[in-house]
Design a protein around this ligand. Structure first.
Ligand SMILES: Nc1ncnc2c1ncn2[C@@H]1O[C@H](COP(=O)(O)OP(=O)(O)OP(=O)(O)O)[C@@H](O)[C@H]1O
Length: 310
């Protein structure tokens, strides 16, 4: 096991940031911590990295208890949202920094890392001469330099625009596979977490509300919070129970009459808001052609599309 976290509690003054978080990350696994702002994601990373001490609980990396160990003594690296490259050092020297400090400098290793992140040939540049995405990749090379078995990434893609985010995300995933490093990535972007991770961990108010492989959690959200957070789920109440129903699981051409209230073009699909005959508003995703606002439609869904919520 690369990382084992048990019963982690942390307060900041009156604010409970973590209220009993337990989590395991296998070797070579890519896990995303997902949740709203303030749910405790970054606090978990900071405790694992050793920048703060937990009030209670245990953290072990590769089977070793981390209690009392300073950040530099822990077998993990952390990559922050602001990639914080040294502005006065070249790209090569930025990547070499940790290796030099550890007395492990090797120019060939630095060049290999720059190749790995697609930055071969940029070694002599200063950070200011790079785009945001390129700086990001240099920061990643720097974090991987000492071959940490565990890499902690706090919103590493947040500063990038949509196109670059997707491309860099795919690169992260490739790098993670190639190096066999365990990744724990913090994000509040559900699409990113679903696309990149082996497993997602959903946090709400300092507690884990659900975890599992992305497709499983998406298809079977345990709570209303998870259903709404992972996509624009409809919540239906039938026979006193609540169910989540994904917009893409509703088809046009069923038995329930409805009227289109609004439609939005999403590129690969349309999102409709429909008012049903029994007074519910349902979100419906359709590849198109989409009916016009005001049109009458018939809606339907298979019974298996209803995911019961607890
Ligand atoms: N150093 C601190 N001092 C006081 N309160 C803090 C401190 N760090 C975090 N908190 C509080 O602890 C809670 C969890 O914060 P945390 O940064 O872990 O959330 P997060 O899920 O990472 O949010 P974000 O997505 O905004 O980074 C929040 O209520 C936050 O205000």
């Amino acid at each position: 096991m690369s990382l084992l976290v048990e019963g982690l509690f942390k307060r900041f003054g009156d604010v409970p940031a973590l209220e009993g978080v337990s989590l395991a990350v296998a070797q070579g696994e890519f896990v995303s911590l997902l949740g709203r702002s303030g749910s405790g994601k970054s606090t978990i990373l900071r405790l694992v990295a050793g920048f703060e001490a937990p009030d209670a609980g245990r953290i072990a990396i590769e089977g070793r208890d981390m209690a009392g160990l300073p950040p530099q003594a822990r077998p993990c690296a952390m990559m922050f949202q602001s990639y914080a490259l040294f502005p006065h050092l070249s790209v090569h020297e930025n990547v070499a920094y940790g290796l030099r400090r550890a007395g492990q400098y090797d120019a060939g290793r630095v060049e290999e890392l720059l190749r790995l992140v697609g930055m071969a040939g940029y070694g002599a540049r200063r950070p200011a001469q790079l785009s945001g995405g390129q700086q990001q990749r240099v920061a990643l090379a720097r974090a991987l330099a000492r071959r940490p078995p565990l890499l902690l990434l706090d919103e590493p893609l947040a500063a990038l625009d949509a196109g670059l985010r997707a491309a860099t995300g795919a690169e992260l995933r490739r790098l993670q596979r190639e190096t066999g490093t365990s990744f724990v990535l913090v994000t509040h972007d559900q699409a990113e977490a679903l696309a990149l991770s082996d497993r997602i961990v959903l946090l709400e108010g300092g507690r884990i509300v659900q975890q599992g492989p992305p497709a499983e959690v998406y298809a079977r959200p345990a709570t209303r919070f998870v259903a709404e957070f992972l996509g624009a789920a409809n919540i239906l109440t039938e026979g006193g129970r609540e169910y989540a129903l994904r917009p893409e699981d509703i088809r046009l051409g069923g038995e329930l009459p409805a009227q289109v209230l609004s439609r939005q073009f999403r590129g690969e699909s349309w999102m409709l808001e429909c008012l049903t005959g029994d007074g519910r508003v349902l979100r419906v995703s359709t590849p198109g052609p989409a009916p016009m606002e005001g049109n009458a439609v018939m809606l339907g869904w298979p019974a298996t599309a209803l995911a019961p919520l607890s």
